[in-house]
Design a protein around this ligand. Structure first.
Ligand SMILES: [Zn+2]
Length: 299
């Protein structure tokens, strides 16, 4: 029903599209800002130190993430006993280890490589104490963008993309997207969930049948999250996230057209959706944060 309602009035939005070229320009200039900020952040001493620390953590497989989750649902960052020591932290006495399966390869009698899995013990950061780890801040606090969450859900339903909140926590998982839909971590602040949802929406729109590599997919998704968030006044920490994916100015700008089209689609929907809820005759093309706040206070 909502979808029909949307397409019936979409013409109005299209009709003022000609003077809306500024939106495309605005998207491009925001993307340039992001690309520059990402470059600056990558060069910082802080980030170099961070990379050094993080290279000591493994990238856990989905199966191992499940094992960790079942063993300690609140786990956020896990590593082996010795890795924690190298990072200046000590596993506390009496802590129950989390068992995961590590792959080992060996050569059999025919000199062929074979892999077997062996349980190894890891510990969550909450089971350790000592030196603080450097952290790249991608988390957003606050819940003043709950209104945007609602509109993004409407966008998803118009695209038949189911969205679920679930307790995800292992090594900083904020959300993910599969053919079945989008899952967002319920453990983060609403504003963080909003930025993550835009990121996952971009994956759903752009990458369901894409052969792009992981880095390019993340650059596109996070840049869309940045542009859309900033458009509505939410300051996403995307430069930090993109630096983690080794993105730079050139790599970000190479994806301009995919990012711009996707961001525009989401912004257009939300702006239109906002306008249908406005008490006054504000244009359907208005897309400022103040408009959005007016929607909220207008009920
Ligand atoms: Zn992603």
């Amino acid at each position: 029903m909502e979808l029909k309602h949307f397409s019936a009035q979409k013409r109005e939005v299209v009709s003022c599209d000609e003077n809306m070229n500024p939106l495309t320009q605005q998207i491009e200039s925001k993307l340039k800002e992001l690309a520059q900020e990402t470059d600056d952040f990558r060069k910082s001493e802080f980030f170099q130190n961070y990379l050094d620390t993080m290279s000591k953590f493994w990238d856990y497989s989905y199966q191992n993430q499940l094992l960790i989750h079942f063993s300690l649902p609140t786990a956020t960052r896990v590593a082996g006993y010795r890795t924690w020591q190298k990072l200046g932290r000590q596993v506390q006495k009496g802590c129950k280890a989390i068992s995961i399966l590590a792959p080992f390869t060996y050569k059999n009698l025919e000199e062929e490589e074979e892999t077997y899995f062996h349980p190894v013990s890891v510990f969550d950061i909450s089971q350790t104490s000592g030196q603080e780890l450097p952290a790249v801040d991608v988390e957003l606090s606050g819940s003043d963008f709950a209104w945007l969450w609602e509109k993004l859900l409407s966008f998803c339903s118009s695209k038949q993309i189911p969205v679920k909140l679930e307790e995800l926590g292992v090594n900083g998982v904020y959300g993910y997207c599969t053919k079945e839909g989008i899952v967002i971590s319920s453990l983060h602040a609403v504003n963080s969930q909003v930025a993550t949802l835009i990121h996952e929406i971009a994956h759903a729109l752009l990458h369901r049948e894409s052969s792009l590599n992981k880095q390019q997919k993340e650059i596109q998704a996070e840049s869309v999250a940045y542009v859309v968030s900033r458009h509505f006044g939410l300051d996403a920490r995307s430069m930090n996230y993109l630096a983690l994916y080794d993105a730079d100015y050139k790599k970000i700008m190479e994806n301009l057209s995919a990012i711009s089209e996707t961001a525009k689609e989401v912004i257009d929907f939300i702006s239109f959706y906002s306008s249908t809820h406005l008490p006054d005759n504000t244009s359907a093309c208005s897309k400022t944060r103040s408009v959005a706040i007016a929607v909220l206070s207008g009920g």
